[in-house]
Write a protein that binds this ligand. Structure first.
Ligand code: FAD
Length: 295
């Protein structure tokens, strides 16, 4: 555990893309006191604060991130409040949680089995798959605001929509999530569903190279982003060591040694070709942090 602020900490290996520069200041708190103290220090020093979870939806610039980066991966703990009712700290793995609850015969998180992020990241992104999403079973979250206030926000207050929540526009830290699941289901059937979802993912999505899952949100116009990009003939297209995956065109792979700049240039190419051909403006799903992020 790193409960102290450190200077100039490399971030690339904390992200699924494995690219990006260092954090000017960095803390990986496991105790509330160290989190609150570091935030108060950043506030007094007028430093910007950036929160990262498991880093599976992040593109960090090659120049790194100025200010304090709070890495919440060690913020762990699961409390069972009642049958099917859980209070889960933000750093827990959402995929591991989906296995845990399925084995108890509690339904509602099967979609999350292949999502490699944290519970906090899943709330902020309203992560989802197979027609379900985080918002479906979320009762409330506890957040820490930029002024050090602890607030409980209901799912309604979080204004969830497709891969979006209010938290994407607020500099608040998700501490924990309260989740209500459907009880009394057959654990064997639930775990079968998890295995089937994993098999489907392995058949349809690339693996073997660092990537961040879907690069762009599926546009409102109806077509899926991957299909639109594929129709532009971009599968396999490469900038530096960043490549549009052959298996699924909405994935960018880091073939080894890619930079954030390679990925950004590739994203811009994908976006402009889709716009020129279809008149559709793709919106990045991946969150971009740090200096000189231009897209
Ligand atoms: C192979 C692969 C497959 C994927 N498949 C899917 C999929 O099927 N469906 C899907 O929705 N996503 C998918 N993703 C994307 C990603 O896993 C999700 O978006 C996930 O919810 C991100 O969680 P994270 O902890 O990694 O967040 P990060 O990537 O660390 O952060 C994402 C955003 O959340 C914020 N954040 C994270 N934790 C907190 C917190 N505690 N408090 C405040 N803000 C926070 C960050 O500031 C950032 O804005 C996939 C990614 C990969 C690599």
């Amino acid at each position: 555990m790193k409960d102290q602020v450190e200077a100039n900490v490399p971030l690339a290996l904390l992200t699924a893309y494995q690219v990006g520069g260092p954090a000017q200041w960095f803390i990986q708190p496991s105790r509330y006191e160290s989190l609150a103290e570091s935030l108060a220090w950043a506030r007094d020093s007028q430093l910007p604060i950036t929160v990262i979870g498991a880093g599976t939806n992040l593109l960090i610039s090659d120049q790194g991130i100025a200010g304090l980066v709070v890495h919440l991966r060690s913020w762990r703990g699961i409390e069972i409040l009642d049958e099917g009712l859980l209070e889960v700290r933000a750093g827990e793995s959402i995929a591991a949680l989906s296995w845990l609850v399925a084995r108890k015969g509690w339904a509602g998180l099967e979609w999350a089995v292949g999502v490699p992020g944290s519970v906090g990241g899943a709330v902020v992104m309203n992560a989802g798959a197979h027609g379900a999403q985080m918002a479906d079973n979320l009762i409330s979250v506890e957040v820490l605001t930029e002024t050090g206030e602890r607030l409980t926000l209901t799912a309604e207050q979080l204004q969830f929509s497709y891969r979006h929540s209010l938290l994407q526009e607020r500099p608040w830290i998700v501490l924990s999530a309260r989740i209500q699941l459907e009880t009394g289901k057959d654990p064997a059937t639930l775990t079968q569903t998890l295995n089937a979802f994993n098999d489907y993912r392995h058949r349809t999505q690339p693996s073997g190279f660092p990537n961040c899952g879907s690069v762009f949100r599926n546009p409102k116009e109806g077509h899926r982003a991957g299909w639109l990009i594929e129709q532009c003939g971009l599968k396999g297209y490469q900038v530096g060591a960043a490549q549009v995956a052959e298996k699924h065109a909405n994935f960018i792979l880091n073939l080894g040694g890619a930079t954030a700049a390679d990925i950004l240039i590739l994203m811009e190419r994908m976006r402009s070709q889709v716009y020129d051909r279809w008149g559709i403006s793709l919106e990045p799903e991946v969150r971009m942090f740090g200096h000189q992020i231009l897209i």
